[in-house]
Design a protein around this ligand. Structure first.
Ligand code: KG4
Ligand code: ZN
Length: 333
């Protein structure tokens, strides 16, 4: 029997989940809206808001899961990677909670957890599988051999796919985070309206910084001829940018699947909520005979449910952390 409380505070959302014998019975997320005014996450503000949100979010999760503090057998938390000030709030809270209740602590790597989110609901992927983890901070193709036996086989050399979405949105004067808004406009536009060159990067790696710059120059050039270019073409620009990003991701992912002879295919991270990526993945699956796995929306973006399920696997393996554990902004995979 196990009831695990999990804390996620790596970036701007405070999230708390409960995992009761392998089932997620609460997954509460307190979003921070303050960053919208700045066009990106401000680390100092994020940590302060985590401080305000953490206790009420824990209370809400306990209430939703219909358990009390005394029912909790272990506390899982995100150790990294992420913003140090944000991580510190979650790690310190988890340590105090475990100390007060005299229960074990479980340290979880945020990037492992995005992948292990596939083990929350059915159908669950079979090992080995390939996972494309695409978020605001990471773009990785991971060969997953077991719960904690994973190897990065390709990754971005600069910006993440989520950043490519968010920075394009900023160029288009859309509020932060722009990914979901680009997706929304893209669904009403023509993906072939404008063409952006695919970066030529070796092996299974990605690069998005040049891509973002090419969009910036394209928009500047068009605006010289027509100052209303963005407003008049917003849906088509979003659809074309989204189509290009999805093609860049899928072309490398197809290459990886072929190279490793794997047809069990998964996506994880915030960008896996993207409708164009989901559609493109389905088309690739139909064409190549892949079996695809996409977590429920609430487990794609940052959430403590994924920390809880990763914590559950570590709990079963009795893989606990000591009270000396500290956050790691640049935690190794
Ligand atoms: O995994 P996540 O919640 O946080 C990080 O660990 O980064 O991912 C957030 C990223 C942001 O860049 C956001 O714009 C992007 O995921 N995102 C999307 C969509 N929903 C979230 N990007 C494109 N289309 C979406 N529908
Ligand atoms: Zn994330």
């Amino acid at each position: 029997m196990s009831v695990i409380l999990a804390i996620e505070s790596s970036c701007d959302d405070t999230s708390v989940a409960i995992c009761n014998n392998g089932k997620i019975t609460a997954n509460v997320i307190a979003n921070q809206t303050i960053h919208e005014n700045y066009g990106g996450v401000i680390p100092e503000l994020a940590s302060r808001v985590h401080q305000q949100n953490i206790v009420p979010t824990v209370e809400q999760a306990l209430k939703n899961a219909k358990v009390t503090k005394q029912d909790i057998n272990a506390v899982a938390f995100t150790r990294g990677p992420g913003l140090l000030g944000s991580l510190l709030v979650g790690v310190s809270f988890a340590k105090s909670f475990a100390l007060a209740l005299n229960i074990p602590l479980i340290s979880v790597n945020h990037m492992h957890a995005h992948i292990l989110a596939h083990f929350i609901d059915d159908p669950k992927p079979n090992f080995p599988f390939l996972c494309l983890t695409v978020s605001g901070g990471h773009t990785q193709i991971v060969l997953v051999k077991d719960y904690f036996d994973m190897e990065i086989v390709g990754e971005t050399l600069d910006d993440a796919a989520g950043e490519a979405f968010d920075k394009t949105a900023k160029i288009l004067q859309l509020p932060y985070p722009g990914g979901p808004l680009i997706d929304k406009h893209a669904q009403m536009g023509n993906p072939k309206a404008f063409k952006f060159a695919e970066p030529q990067i070796a092996e299974l790696n990605f690069s998005f910084s040049g891509f973002k710059t090419s969009i910036l120059y394209f928009i500047r050039k068009q605006e010289k001829e027509n100052p209303n270019f963005i407003a008049e073409n917003l849906n088509d620009i979003c659809a074309s940018v989204q189509h290009s990003i999805v093609q860049i991701l899928l072309n490398k992912f197809k290459k990886a699947a072929k190279q490793y002879h794997i047809k069990e295919i998964a996506i994880a991270g915030g960008v896996s909520a993207n409708s164009g990526l989901r559609k493109g993945l389905q088309e690739a699956a139909d064409e190549l005979g892949w079996k695809i796995y996409i977590p429920a929306f609430q487990y794609c973006t940052d959430n403590a449910g994924m920390i809880a399920i990763a914590g559950y696997q570590k709990f079963l393996a009795k893989d606990f952390a000591g009270q000396e554990v500290s956050p790691m902004a640049r935690m190794e995979f």
